[in-house]
Design a protein around this ligand. Structure first.
Ligand code: CP
Length: 369
């Protein structure tokens, strides 16, 4: 189905063949004829992915290029995860994260052992997460875990000897979501992977949400700091007076990035290039709606070429009438997560030798043999 590119007033506008829009970003523009540096990706061999803090800009970019290669080639034919088992252990509901991780494995010919509901495990009988971690060692090669508790990662790691991928821990982090977010942004505007953007290419990033209470927003903001040379400024629009918390505020201050906080969306909306929004926050001991008064729809005073990201699930802050417009980068963000997660598995399990592509660096290839 071809979705027509619409202006914010709903009229069809002409496509610029040299600039991606939200609905049609082309992974090939991100990859071009560049090589993918396996030496950088090999840093992930045998590693757990727990936090955005583990990543530098170089690694994020190579992962995004690798994900773009996976998106544009029939890599599954070479069975990269043949013989490998990934355990997906979800102690908190999920649509996208669990399914995209599982889809990533199955499309690479690996196998999945799935716990879609934590209460189906010994947790219902009072079993500890650290004991469950000991069991994971025998049953799989990698574990992907989501949990309501921030401390769950530390708890399961006590006995875990296989790599763990953090798929969201309470109000803690969601590092692979941030990778999927930046994969979408770099497909939309590949120039942002440059070491330093020219002033006119830098983006004004808007965050409608509360990073201190929303793990996906927090991880996105932390990963955005790696791209500080490509960002003009960051505006945070939140209902709370202090939406960052101590650690994030310190990180932002140390980054040297120009940022400001407001509770009035109208102050900034018309200048934003990228708008990241969310309204589900972990407050106290449960999920609540926060910042849902900041709504976006076709009548919003956005720049004509602004794009919107949302980790989803959405409530009524993001109007479905934006779905068919070129502002919609959120479906690209969700769909591209499969390829980013494939890139992670192949890197963690070091299955590069299964892939045939002349886009890997010569140096790394010869070292493979
Ligand atoms: N983005 C995200 O974490 O969505 P799910 O809660 O559906 O996994």
């Amino acid at each position: 189905m071809v979705i027509e590119k619409l202006s914010k007033k709903g009229k069809a506008v002409e496509s610029d063949p040299f600039v991606s829009d939200g609905l049609h970003p082309d992974p090939k523009k991100l990859l071009k004829a560049e090589h993918i540096d396996l030496d950088i990706l090999r840093q992930l061999k045998g590693q757990s992915v727990l936090s955005v803090k583990q990543f530098d800009k170089e690694l994020v970019i190579e992962l995004c290029k690798f994900a773009a290669l996976l998106e544009t080639t029939e890599i599954g034919k070479s069975h990269p995860l043949d013989g490998k088992i990934v355990i997906t252990a979800f102690f908190e509901p999920s649509t996208r994260t669990r399914l995209s991780f599982e889809s990533a494995v199955l499309r690479l010919d690996g196998k999945v052992l799935s716990i879609p509901e934590g209460q189906s495990t010994g947790v219902a009988k009072g079993e500890s997460l650290s004991d469950i971690g000991e069991m994971f060692n025998a049953y799989g090669d990698v574990v992907v875990m989501r949990h309501t508790e921030t401390a769950a990662v530390e708890e399961v790691m006590k006995n875990l000897r296989i790599p763990l991928v953090n798929a969201g821990n309470g109000s803690g982090e969601h590092p692979t979501q941030a990778l999927a977010d930046w994969f979408a942004i770099l497909k939309w505007k590949p120039k942002l992977k440059e070491k330093r953007s020219r002033k006119q290419d830098q983006i004004h990033l808007g965050i409608l949400g509360t990073p201190g209470s929303m793990r996906a927003v927090k991880s996105f903001l932390q990963m955005s700091l790696l791209f500080r040379e490509n960002i003009k400024c960051i505006s945070i629009v939140s209902e709370l007076a202090n939406p960052l918390g101590e650690e994030l505020e310190q990180q932002l201050n140390e980054s040297g990035l120009d940022f400001h906080i407001t509770n009035d969306i109208n102050e900034v909306i018309s200048d934003l290039d990228v708008i990241y929004m969310n309204s589900i926050a972990f407050l106290g001991d449960s999920y609540k709606s926060l910042d849902s008064r900041f709504k976006l729809n076709q009548a919003s005073e956005m720049k004509d070429d602004a794009v919107v990201l949302h980790p989803l699930a959405r409530l009524d802050e993001l109007d479905p009438n934006l779905d068919g417009t070129h502002h919609n980068l959120y479906f690209t963000q969700a769909h591209g997560a499969v390829f980013m997660r494939q890139a992670l598995f192949i890197s963690i399990l070091n299955r590069f030798d299964r892939l045939q592509s002349d886009q890997f660096t010569e140096k790394s290839r010869s070292r493979e043999k």
